[in-house]
Design a protein around this ligand. Sequence first.
Ligand code: PMP
Length: 440
Amino acid sequence: MVAHVVPNDLSAFWMPFTANRQFKKSPRMFVAARDMHYTTADGRQVLDGTAGLWCVNAGHCRPKITEAIQRQAAELDYAPAFQMGHPKAFELANRLVDLAPDGLDHVLFTNSGSESVETALKVALAYHRVKGEGSRFRLIGRERGYHGVNFGGISVGGIVSNRKMFGTLLTGVDHLPHTHNLATNAFSKGEPEHGAELADELERIVTLHDPSTIAAVIVEPVAGSTGVLIPPKGYLQKLRDITKKHGILLIFDEVITGYGRLGTPFAADYFGIVPDIMVTAKGLTNGVIPMGAVLVSAQIHDAFMTGPDHLIEFFHGYTYSGNPIASAAGIATLETYKEEGLLTRGAELGLYWQDALHSLKGEPHVIDVRNIGLVGAIELEPIAGAPTKRAFSAFVKAYESGYLIRTTGDIIALSPPLIVEKHHIDELVDGIRKVLREVE
Ligand code: PMP
């Protein structure tokens, strides 16, 4: 293996979403990865319980993906993204449309989940404009929603700490209530029974402003970053019915739920609901190369295609939209998912995963366990006066004992690569059990 030298001075890199001062006193470093495991700088193996940041769905350093990237880099490294094409971007778009639910027929490429969100919101606003309904400018998000870190995303997002430092944000944004309710739904398996009526709040907001002012509603089908909040039975269908009734676009942010996380290609398939716009990233390239994709309905796309044909139809795009190397990585990733049946693995292993996670009920501090597909969460009782502390110390202990978990507030979130085997699940859950028994 290649020798890795960790620099003595870690000060220059201002790390994202990280307590930098704390981290740099006792850094945690990965230097290699393969399949289900990372290797740390001190040579330990760490079982990946989170697929990196919910993205390495096919596991790490898969040769087919690596080779596709190497080949593409040697053959056509970059091509201008505007007014020029290259075959791989078109091929990947075709494959995505084949994979996506019927009705989502066109693809815009981006470089991240955040950019996919901005792209989706802009498509939605512009769509109403080109249809002559420019009065529809309002956007509706949800409390505890995470839609990346750019201005549109934090405006429709519902995480206070991500919003409060950054001024006025977008105007004309309302938020639905979140659906997390431990009083009625603790220890639910799959979709919770109670709370579908929370979607009726949309009707109230729409009535308040008048439907003719509302452009789109954006939600994560399962909210990931704020702790795996699974929608109550019937909730998403209600959102679909209400949006349809009022001519409002429904955007699903599937950055986490896309590419097999729930045991179906997309959450839209799991819930049997087709949104008008679907936002994806992460698993699209197995997290290996930054790339996102926004899928839109033919109705939306075609509305832009009716103007004079010398005009650019949509004034938006990135230098790296459909980048050749990212496209090659995307194609190889989708092929890997297909060849190995990974997009349905969450359906096959879902019950095993569920039983394993729910075996943590009754362990110290555990106030909820929830799961769907191959994602789940364990919610801990916060230490009085020190929220997040207990879960964070569980995260550090888990890392030191060889498990990568993710924590948000006092919630442990788990989303292993979809190549996970039963013995990995046992190992991960037993590792967490030990940690829970040790943390204060
Ligand atoms: N939307 C959702 C639902 C996400 O989970 C994330 C990332 N965790 C994003 C958007 C933003 O993606 P990125 O970090 O690639 O910008």
